[in-house]
Design a protein around this ligand. Structure first.
Ligand code: KG4
Ligand code: ZN
Length: 346
């Protein structure tokens, strides 16, 4: 039975996972309201809030699962990548709990958490699979042969997909976080009014580039918004949101199709915050159906940051005997490709 702690950015997540019984309890505290007035995550505020929330969340999760601390056999915490102060809160708290309970602790890579999150679902994907990881900080296409056996197929050369959503939301005057706001506005948008480019799809390869799309948003908004107000301006913003979303979704689908064709692997996993996007899920499903393959996702609430995915990834590593050493570790920059299969590191 493993306790998982996530505190890499603006969500405090805690969960309890049992190897035999699955996910027993999970809780999340989102800091969205705290950061909203600043238009983005303020690292120092994030750390302070994690500190405030961690102990009560652990208490609630244990109560919900109906177990005491003595039943916990290991503690997994997100060691990176992420905001260093925020990571340190989870690492410090997680390691202290493990020390008090006399159980091992294990350091989890946040993106491995995202990557393995679909394994928590009733119909989990089987290895090997192609994974598209799309979050606020990363856009990665990875060939996954097993836990810790990752081959990079492609990545964003500039902005991550979620970052592009967040920046576009800011330009359109929408709140933070931008992804859900842009997606909601796009629902009212006319897909025929504007066509944004599909970056890097006209050349071979599996890398992405999303930074140009925000420039496109900005220039379109500047040119078209002149003299507009009220309903017409709102419609313009909705049409831009739709054009932007169509462009990101199309680009991601095109690259995933390529990755599937190139590897011959017909199982696709989508994870990370942007995988919560409904249009992306629909279009990816349709594309994979045509190839005779299948797409797997975490449930919506486990697409974005959460403690359950950290508990699960930590369980995979703890059961192979992996433990943190005496050196304190929080790694704000940490490539997923550095990981080894469970128990083989170091
Ligand atoms: O995985 P996540 O919770 O945190 C990181 O590890 O970054 O992902 C957050 C990102 C944000 O950029 C957010 O705008 C985006 O995921 N996001 C979405 C949607 N929900 C969250 N993007 C598009 N559509 C959504 N429905
Ligand atoms: Zn994340």
């Amino acid at each position: 039975m493993i306790l998982g702690i996530e505190s890499s950015c603006d969500e405090t997540g805690v969960a309890l996972y049992s190897g035999s019984r699955g996910l027993l309890a999970h809780r999340l505290h989102s800091q969205v309201k705290l950061h909203a007035e600043y238009g983005g995550v303020v690292p120092e505020l994030a750390s302070r809030d994690h500190i405030r929330r961690l102990a009560p969340l652990v208490k609630t999760v244990l109560e919900e699962a109906g177990v005491g601390g003595e039943a916990v056999e290991g503690v997994a915490y997100t060691a990176g990548p992420g905001l260093v102060g925020a990571l340190l809160t989870g690492a410090g708290f997680g390691r202290s709990l493990a020390w008090a309970w006399q159980v091992p602790a294990v350091a989890v890579h946040h993106m491995e958490g995202h990557l393995l999150a679909p394994m928590l679902e009733p119909n989990p994907p089987a290895f090997p699979f192609v994974a598209l990881l799309v979050s606020g900080g990363h856009t990665l296409l990875v060939q996954v042969e097993g836990v810790g056996r990752y081959r990079l197929l492609g990545q964003s050369l500039d902005d991550a997909a979620g970052e592009a959503f967040d920046k576009t939301a800011k330009l359109l005057g929408l709140g933070y976080p931008g992804g859900p706001a842009v997606a909601m506005l796009a629902e009212r948008g006319d897909p025929r009014r504007f066509r944004f480019p599909r970056p890097m799809t006209d050349r071979p390869g599996l890398d992405f580039s999303f930074s140009g799309l925000k420039t496109f948003t900005l220039t379109t908004l500047r040119e078209e918004a002149r003299g507009l107000g009220g309903e017409a301006l709102e419609q313009l913003k909705a049409d831009i949101a739709r054009a932007f979303e169509e462009a990101v979704v199309d680009t991601l689908v095109i690259k995933c199709r390529r990755a599937v064709e190139q590897t011959g692997i017909r199982t696709l996993v989508l994870a990370g915050g942007v995988a919560a996007n409904r249009r992306l899920r629909r279009r990816m499903d349709a594309m994979m159906e045509k190839t005779g393959g299948e797409t797997f996702y975490p449930r919506l609430e486990f697409c974005t940051d959460n403690g359950a995915m950290i508990a699960y990834a930590g369980w995979q590593r703890l059961r192979a005997g992996e433990r943190v050493g005496p050196a304190f570790d929080a790694r704000p920059r940490w490539s997923l490709m550095e990981l080894e299969p469970p128990g083989q590191a170091g």
